[in-house]
Design a protein around this ligand. Structure first.
Ligand code: OXD
Ligand code: MN
Length: 589
C-alpha cells in the first residue's frame, strides 16, 4: 500500500488500529476540498448528515447524535497512568494495561463493513513552535468533517512530522453507541487517547478536550508550559494600544460570548474594539520578554447553540451562517434551516425537534437539546483577531477566572499577586451545566475550570501554576469575575454580555495602575464609581450590592475550601494553604 507519509510510527499506529478494528477500507484524509465534499455527499446519502438550505446557510449541515449520547461523560472519562496517585483525586483512574485490554475487547472487529479514516491534524498553526500534531483514526465521517473545522487537517501535518516525529495517537470507534460500554481513555505517558461507543463531539473530536487539554496539560507540566480551558480576547483602545486577556470559565458559562463581546455603543463610538483569538482553549508559555504568551490551538468554535442570538452574540451567530455543522438543534422544515431556544423570541409554529419528532411551541419540551452545538470555522467570525493565525500568539496582560455563582462571589475582584491569583483560580466553584451528563445547577468545585480536563494530579497542577509565575518577570494580573449573581427571586443582577466590557475596562485599567481599588478580605474590589455605567439603566446601589464582600459568607466559604483542599494532601502547595489562612484571618478581622 502507498502511504501519504514515510513516518513509520504513523503507519504502525494505523496498521495496528486496522488489525484490531478490521475496517473494510482505510481512507487517508488529505484535507482537500474534493475529498471533504465527497465525504459530505456520502454522509448525506446514508442519513448521517443532512444538507441544510444552501442559499441561507451555505456549506451548512445537520446531524443528530443518539439520544443517549449528547454530552461529555465525565464518569466514563479516565486518566490511565501507571501510578494511580498521579491521576489524583479529581480524576477517574484505570490501570493502563486494564484500560487497553478493555478498549481492545470493545473495539475488536467493530469496523467490519465500515471505513476507517485517518485524520492528520495540527493543534495550532502548522509550523509554529507552539503547535503539536495528532493522528486520529475514526469510523465516523461526522468526526472527520468536524475535525476539519476544529483543527488544521491535511497533508502538511505529515511534512511537519517528518520521518521520525512524534504525535498524539487517537483511536475512535463508534461501536454500538452503548452507554454502558462508553469509555474516553487517556494514556498521558503513551501520548494516546482511545474513545469507544460515543459520537458526541466532546468525547470524539479527540483534538479538543482529550488532546488539547487532558494530554496537553500533562505535556505542559513536563515541558514547562500550560494548557488551559480559556478563551483569549484582544482589546484595542482608541489610541491603538492592544491588550490581551485569557479567561477560564466552566463549560457553557459564556466563554464564547465573552470572547466575541461587542462593547456598548459609547465604547464603540470612542473607538474601542474587542477581537477573538480563541473561545475555549489556550496554550500558554513563558516568552523571552518575561511575559506569558498564549495561542489558541483550535481552528473553529464548538459552541453551545441555545441562547445564541442576534443580541447575545451576533458574532457567533454570523460565524454559524456558513460552513457549519449543527448537532442536536431543531430543524425548521419550512425553509430547511435550524432553530434553538433563544434564537428568536418567538419559536416558529412548527419544527422537528432534536429527536426527530414534530414539535410545536406548546409541546412542553425543548426543541433543541440544551447542549446542542454548532461547529463553525473560526474564519467566519467577523471579530476574529489577526493574531488568530500568529505563530507566536499574544502576550497576556490579564488572566480572568469566573464561575456561575448566585451569591457570595462579587462581580469582579483582583488578586494581590500571582500566588494569590493561583489560589483564586483553585477555589473556583460553579453550578453545573448541560455540557456534561448529570444534574445541572449543582454547585461544585471546578479549579481553573479544569476539573474535567486536567490530565494529572490537581495538586501537582496547582504547583505547576505556582512555578509558571516564577518563570516570568511580568506575569499577567489575575482576576475573578461572576456575571451570574442573582436576587432572592432568581433574577440576574448584572446584565452581562456586551456590558461585561465595563468590567473588562476596569480590569485593564488595573493592569496599567490607572485606577484605584479597595482592599478587602478577598482581594482588590472596584469602587462602584469606577465601573462605567454610561448608557445603562442600572443603579449604583445594585452595583454596590454585587461588589459587596460579605465576610461571614466568605468565612464559611474558607471553611468549605479547607475541606475541599484536604483531598490534595501534601501535594497542596504551601502557597495555597497560606493564602487560605490569610482569607480566614481577613474574614474574622
Ligand atoms: C466544550 C465543553 O465543549 O467545555 O467546550 O464542554
Ligand atoms: Mn470547553
Amino acid at each position: 500500500m502507498a502511504y501519504p507519509t514515510n513516518n513509520k510510527k504513523v503507519i504502525a499506529f494505523v496498521e495496528e488500529s486496522a488489525a484490531l478494528a478490521c475496517p473494510d477500507n482505510i481512507v487517508w484524509i488529505d484535507g482537500s476540498k474534493e475529498q471533504l465534499d465527497a465525504l459530505r455527499r456520502e454522509a448525506c446519502s446514508t442519513g448521517e448528515m443532512m444538507e441544510l438550505n444552501q442559499e441561507k446557510l451555505p456549506g451548512c449541515y445537520y446531524h443528530r447524535t443518539a439520544k443517549n449520547d449528547v454530552a461529555r461523560v465525565e464518569d466514563r472519562t479516565f486518566i490511565c497512568c501507571r501510578e494511580k496517585e498521579n491521576a489524583g483525586p479529581t480524576n477517574n483512574w484505570m490501570d493502563p494495561k486494564e484500560a487497553y485490554k478493555l478498549c481492545a475487547d470493545i473495539a475488536r472487529g467493530k469496523m467490519k463493513g465500515r471505513t476507517m479514516y485517518v485524520i492528520p491534524y495540527s493543534m495550532g498553526v502548522v509550523g509554529s513552535p507552539f503547535s503539536k500534531i495528532g493522528i486520529e483514526v475514526t469510523d465516523s465521517i461526522y468526526v472527520v468533517l468536524n475535525m476539519s473545522i476544529m483543527t488544521r487537517v491535511g497533508k502538511e501535518c505529515y511534512a511537519q512530522l517528518g520521518a521520525d516525529g512524534d504525535f498524539i495517537k487517537g483511536f475512535h470507534a463508534k461501536c454500538d453507541i452503548d452507554q454502558e460500554r462508553r469509555y474516553i481513555m487517556h494514556f498521558p505517558e503513551d501520548d494516546t487517547i482511545i474513545s469507544v461507543n460515543s459520537g458526541y463531539g466532546g468525547n470524539v473530536l479527540l483534538g479538543k478536550k482529550c488532546f488539547a487539554l487532558r494530554i496537553a496539560s500533562y505535556l505542559g507540566r513536563q515541558e514547562g508550559w500550560m494548557a488551559e480551558h480559556m478563551l483569549i480576547l484582544g482589546v484595542t483602545f482608541p489610541d491603538g494600544r492592544k491588550k490581551y486577556v485569557a479567561a477560564a470559565f466552566p463549560s457553557a458559562c459564556g466563554k464564547t460570548n465573552l470572547a466575541m463581546l461587542i462593547p456598548p455603543k459609547h465604547y464603540l463610538e470612542k473607538g474601542y474594539k474587542v477581537e477573538t483569538v480563541g473561545d475555549d482553549i489556550a496554550w500558554i508559555r513563558a516568552g523571552k520578554d518575561g511575559r506569558l504568551w498564549a495561542v489558541n490551538p483550535e481552528n473553529g468554535f464548538f459552541g453551545v447553540a441555545p441562547g445564541t442570538n442576534e443580541k447575545s452574540n451576533p458574532n457567533a451567530l454570523a460565524a454559524t451562517r456558513q460552513g457549519t455543522i449543527f448537532t442536536n438543534v431543531a430543524l425548521n422544515p419550512e425553509d430547511n434551516t435550524v432553530w434553538w431556544e433563544g434564537l428568536t423570541k418567538q419559536a416558529p409554529a412548527h419544527l422537528i425537534d432534536w429527536l426527530g419528532n414534530e414539535w410545536t411551541p406548546d409541546a412542553g419540551t425543548k426543541a433543541a437539546h440544551p447542549n446542542s452545538r454548532f461547529t463553525a470555522p473560526a474564519t467566519g467570525c467577523p471579530c476574529l483577531s489577526e493574531a488568530f493565525n500568529s505563530k507566536e500568539g499574544v502576550p497576556l496582560d490579564a488572566i480572568i477566572f469566573g464561575g456561575r455563582r448566585a451569591s457570595t462571589t462579587p462581580l469582579v475582584y483582583e488578586s494581590r499577586d500571582w500566588d494569590h491569583g493561583v489560589f483564586v483560580g483553585s477555589i473556583m466553584s460553579s453550578e453545573t451545566t448541560a455540557a456534561a451528563t448529570g444534574a445541572t445547577g449543582v454547585l461544585r468545585h471546578d479549579p481553573m475550570a479544569m476539573k474535567p480536563f486536567c490530565g494529572y494530579h490537581m495538586g501537582d497542577y496547582f504547583a505547576h501554576w505556582i512555578e509558571m509565575g516564577k518563570k516570568v518577570k511580568n506575569p499577567p494580573k489575575i482576576f475573578n469575575v461572576n456575571w451570574f449573581r442573582q436576587d432572592e427571586k432568581g433574577e440576574f443582577l448584572w446584565p452581562g454580555f456586551g456590558d461585561n466590557m465595563r468590567v473588562l475596562e476596569w480590569i485593564l485599567k488595573r493592569c496599567e495602575n490607572a485606577v484605584d481599588a479597595q482592599e478587602t478580605a478577598i482581594g482588590y474590589v472596584p469602587y462602584a464609581k469606577d465601573i462605567d455605567l454610561e448608557g445603562l439603566d442600572y443603579s449604583r446601589e445594585t452595583l454596590e450590592s454585587i461588589l459587596y464582600i460579605d465576610k461571614a459568607r466568605w468565612s464559611a466559604e474558607a471553611d468549605e475550601i479547607k475541606e475541599f483542599y484536604k483531598q490534595f494532601g501534601d501535594k497542596l502547595p504551601k502557597e495555597l494553604s497560606e493564602n487560605l489562612a490569610v482569607l480566614k484571618k481577613n474574614c474574622e478581622a
